[in-house]
Design a protein around this ligand. Structure first.
Ligand code: ASP
Length: 323
């Protein structure tokens, strides 16, 4: 009898895999790769590193960041879409790779909705109009007048066609009705280095990349394109305060897995991401860099799926295929 009970117990334990997929029960058993579709040191890279360093503690496995650059983030995103859907390759995508790229690249090698499982929104990132320190205009009004008068001479740095910095400045340029030269980089990390070095004139970049440089006085910030000022940059006026209310821009960064990754694995990753966002140290670092931490209702995979859908619908009529 005792033997039979013991046998039954052993059986139950070994058959647990029957009840829930064995994969999800043990996941993760090895390190996870997080693809970042831009150069190290830029906003997507920084947000990914802050959040995944905490997630790695929760999951008990390391998360290795792999920066894969090119084509405004679409090279890496296409690669992530085709990777094995076992939870060991993930990607941090954003408003560009998972929305704006759809109308900009008619031959995009992936579809953000069809080829990915949303995991969690990580951070909202307001956009700022930034310039090299010695760019002549003193404030946003002067900037507008200057770039309109010199649109053939000035240049705007960005992180490739379809990147947030590209799309945001395209929006600004359409409002101002100008077409300055764009200078592409593999991410706004290297673009920021060029701005600090005075090699390019201006850039529309996510706040995370801008706060350390603004505070160090190495670049100029004309305005933040959100309705309210950001607590991390209390002295930077909003575009409305500075005279250009029509320019409103905020991006987002979020975590995705290839389509078909099991719901159990997505749930484990989502829980780990939420735990990271609730951690005081993670929160402090993200807030110091000006990010907007998503409220609980926006942290589910379903909420991220809705965001992607809405953002594609928002950008599709606005952006034309890049030529
Ligand atoms: N998010 C990109 C980066 O991390 C830049 C961009 O999309 O503009 O460099």
């Amino acid at each position: 009898m005792t033997f039979i009970r013991a046998l039954a117990g052993a059986c139950l334990a070994s058959l647990c895999g029957f009840v829930a997929p064995a994969q999800a029960q043990t996941y993760p058993t090895r390190s996870i790769t997080m693809v970042v579709p831009f150069a190290a040191g830029g906003p997507t890279d920084v947000i990914s590193r802050i959040v995944t360093s905490h997630m790695a503690q929760t999951l008990g496995q390391s998360i290795i960041i792999e920066n894969v650059v090119g084509a405004g983030g679409t090279t890496a995103t296409a690669r992530a879409a085709r990777s094995t859907n076992d939870g060991y390759t993930l990607i941090t995508g954003h408003m560009g790779t998972h929305a704006a790229s759809v109308p900009l690249y008619p031959k995009l090698a992936y579809h953000p909705e069809k080829d990915f499982e949303p995991i969690a929104l990580l951070a909202g990132t307001p956009i700022l109009i930034l310039a090299r320190k010695d760019f002549p205009p003193k404030d946003l009004k002067e900037f507008v007048a200057y770039v309109k008068a010199n649109s053939e001479k000035v240049n705007a740095a960005h992180a490739g066609i379809g990147s947030v910095s590209h799309v945001s400045c395209e929006l600004l340029h359409s409002i101002l009705d100008i077409k300055p030269v764009g200078v592409p980089f593999n991410g706004t990390g290297p673009a920021m280095n060029a701005l600090v070095a005075g090699q390019v004139d201006y850039m529309c970049d996510q706040i995370v990349n801008a706060v350390p440089q603004i505070n160090a006085g190495t670049i100029k910030a004309y305005a933040i394109a959100t309705p309210e000022r950001n607590p991390s940059l209390p002295n930077v006026p909003t575009t409305a305060e500075a005279g250009l209310p029509a320019f409103q821009a905020q991006a987002w960064n979020a975590m995705f897995a290839p389509k078909g990754t099991s719901p159990a694995i997505i749930a484990i990753l989502n829980a780990a991401a939420i735990k990271a966002l609730d951690d005081e140290t993670v929160k402090k670092r993200l807030l110091e860099l000006g990010s907007v931490i998503p409220p609980p209702k926006d942290r589910t995979p379903e909420a991220l799926a809705t965001l992607v859908k809405n953002e594609i619908a928002k950008w599709s009529p606005v952006l034309k295929p890049a030529t």
